[in-house]
Design a protein around this ligand. Sequence first.
Ligand SMILES: [Zn+2]
Length: 457
Amino acid sequence: MATLLVRHAHTLVTMDPDRREIADGGLFARDGFLEQVGATSDLPMAADHIIDASGMLLLPGLINTHHHLYQTLTRAIPGAQDVGLFAWLKRLYPIWARLTPEDVDLATRIGLLELAHSGCTTCFDHQYLWPNGSSVGDQVAAAHEIGLRFHVARGSMSLGESRGGLPPDSVVEEEDAILEDCLRAIDAYHDPSPGSMTQVVLAPCSPFSVSPDLMRASVELARDKGVRLHTHLAETLDEERFCLETFGARPVQYAEDLGWAGPDVWFAHGVHVGPAEIGRMAAAGSGVAHCPCSNMRLSSGIAPVTGYLAAGVPVGLGVDGSASNDGSHLLGEVRQALLLARLAAAPSLSPGPQMAARTALELGTLGGARLLGRHDIGSLEPGKCADFFTLDLNRLEFAGALHDPVAAAVLCAPAPAHHLFVHGRAVIWEGRCTCLHREQELIERHNRAAARLLAGD
Ligand SMILES: [Zn+2]
């Protein structure tokens, strides 16, 4: 029964139903679950591990709801730097076709470490091609060693160029094999229990890389096994055109027609979605992973986040990428979500209220938990997981903003996590990762792997 006590935080942000922010706050956890959250004076005096969080802002761990960790190996690739989604994908598919299991392992570690430094304690990853024998198991093993809570997609592509899809035939799989492996991954890795460290999501890639048959079969299998569903949807106008020409329907309608609607479904991007479609998504409970940096990087458009929130569509944040961001800084993504929402409102700046820092933070915590179907993360409350991070308020970034450190965490330049704990275990300690593998060595191996992948051009 290991106990953990964090005390004397300058401010503790609970994200509980009352959105309490507690001065001189702290928490007490046992075996990875919170038992008490409150003023330091109300907490026990002793524990197995005690952290003095004086001068720190203490926040619930951020939750990333859309990523492609393998793409950390292909950031800033020449030829994919200044183009839109379809040209970007066509440049990258052949490079990704060379990925090995070791590459997937390395990229998963690097991407998760980068996320951890940015305050992220739970990550959903959407890998949708599995070349050269790579598998979901490579990712699960790597995530386990890094120590982040991991929701892994058994993603897929089945519609190659010869059948009218965008990807080359060399990176798509047979649909029967995909479904078999989905079942295997769920049985091997999906843990629905409270405090679960690993869950599996079925995630066919996108309307232009997967057949309607596979979309339908994925829904059936996911609902039979009680796992969630994810896909890219309404990301760009190219995709909208593809859907209209190929299926005679806009993306949201196409998805709905195949059974892709409900509280167990969340879409990446949801950029080109109209008011009537937003209304239907809200009624069904379908959610959106908003990825502002990627949408700006690929010039995809601005997602109607304010409309989603007004209608009650669940919204979380994703860094996406890492070839379309090209970073994995989740606190930075919280800031970008706020800034982009304000830009979207620019023509009618007056007198409408603007997205507040605390709203953006809520998308990155509670919003993410809702998309992943987790009731045990996203806020700091008794009974929930001890997933949290601290920011050192004495850093340059926050100088002059201490009158409101919670707003400062979002509005000021994104600062790195000082501590980061997942299920009561330290992943970042005083700004450094605690994992068994030295970070610098991983970076060097990752750079060699990236060079090898590009050299194959
Ligand atoms: Zn994506």
